[in-house]
Design a binder for this molecule. Sequence first.
Ligand code: IDP
Ligand code: MG
Length: 138
Amino acid sequence: MIKPGAVKNKHIGEIIAKIEEAGFTLAAIKTLQMRREDAAEFYAVHKDRPFFEELIEFMSSGPIIAMVLLKENAVADFRELIGATDPAEAAEGTIRRMFATSKSHNAIHGSDSDENAERESAFFFSRQEYLRRVMVES
Ligand code: IDP
Ligand code: MG
């Protein structure tokens, strides 16, 4: 998911270019704005963390780009491509190093496991919206 800050700052094209250059295939994409309750559901795992309120406020503050991405070893490779949560700690050339403005406004979200990738894909898309492409690619 490209977060509201990076969308507002007009970095959608550059970020998708980096994702494609890294070998990912775009199976599904859409733009939408989450309501507070959507963001709270998406990030429910963080509900007891001190940054939760700030997180859902930010994530519902403007449009996001939701994507389903395909690749062998996708979760680990995508986490490497986006870099550490805090852009100050993210490696040179990573998406967060290039486009994040702070640890909370960090440009992009990536799933942290195959199981969560499935859950998060289903959060934004019907299975029909991305399974056709998944089947063609595999
Ligand atoms: P991740 O996005 O790298 O997986 P998580 O620890 O899962 O990082 O946190 C989810 C999101 O919550 C982060 O991407 C960031 O936007 C926000 N966040 C995490 N830790 C902090 C913090 O210490 N301060 C402010 N925001 C944070
Ligand atoms: Mg996470």
